[in-house]
Design a binder for this molecule. Structure first.
Ligand SMILES: [Zn+2]
Length: 174
């Protein structure tokens, strides 16, 4: 095997290990909230005109959720089911990241007075999740996405980097 290829794969492995270390080793659990999903109740007919359940079951009488009187036991008479979507993932959290790393993301400082910036690094597989999120809970603090998340690095060795703002101005005790 040629020497340079051997070094190449070794360096690659080492880099991959470092990335994994960043995500797993120093990471904490963060909660990512996605926009609520509204879907028609699978158990009853939805009454579009009145925006509620028609009160008529659409499942077979043999179904445990079948009903003939009262409210649909699945949607509670709303006709729709609202699914709150959230997911816990591991991420490396940096509160008040250095200006250097912010510049690398073409970060726009305007309009950000009074809020705290926070950078997260995580697995690239969460790109869509982070991009579409409503908010995240970082160390118990509710934050909103400041800039679209970016992938840093190359191909499978990349890492996802995203900047968030705290939703409320954090009170600093002196
Ligand atoms: Zn229903």
């Amino acid at each position: 095997m040629p020497k340079n290829i051997w070094i190449g794969s070794k360096t690659k492995k080492k880099f991959k290990k470092n990335i994994k270390g960043v995500v797993k080793g120093l990471s904490r659990k963060i909660t990512v909230y996605l926009t609520d999903r509204e879907s028609e109740c699978p158990n009853c007919y939805y009454d579009k005109l009145n925006d509620r359940s028609s009160g008529v079951a659409k499942v077979a009488p043999s179904s445990p959720t079948y009903f003939t009187v009262g409210r649909c036991p699945v949607c509670g008479g709303r006709g729709v089911i609202i699914t709150s979507r959230k997911k816990c993932i591991n991420a490396n959290i940096t509160w008040n990241p250095t200006q250097e790393s912010l510049n690398a993301l073409s970060f726009n400082e305007a309009g950000s007075t009074g809020v705290t910036k926070v950078q997260i690094k995580t697995d690239p597989c969460y790109l869509e999740l982070i991009r579409d999120c409503k908010k995240v809970i970082l160390d118990g603090v509710s934050c909103k996405l400041a800039t679209p998340p970016l992938l840093r690095g190359l191909g499978t060795e990349s890492i996802l980097v995203a900047i968030f703002f705290t939703e409320d101005t954090m009170k600093v005790r002196e």
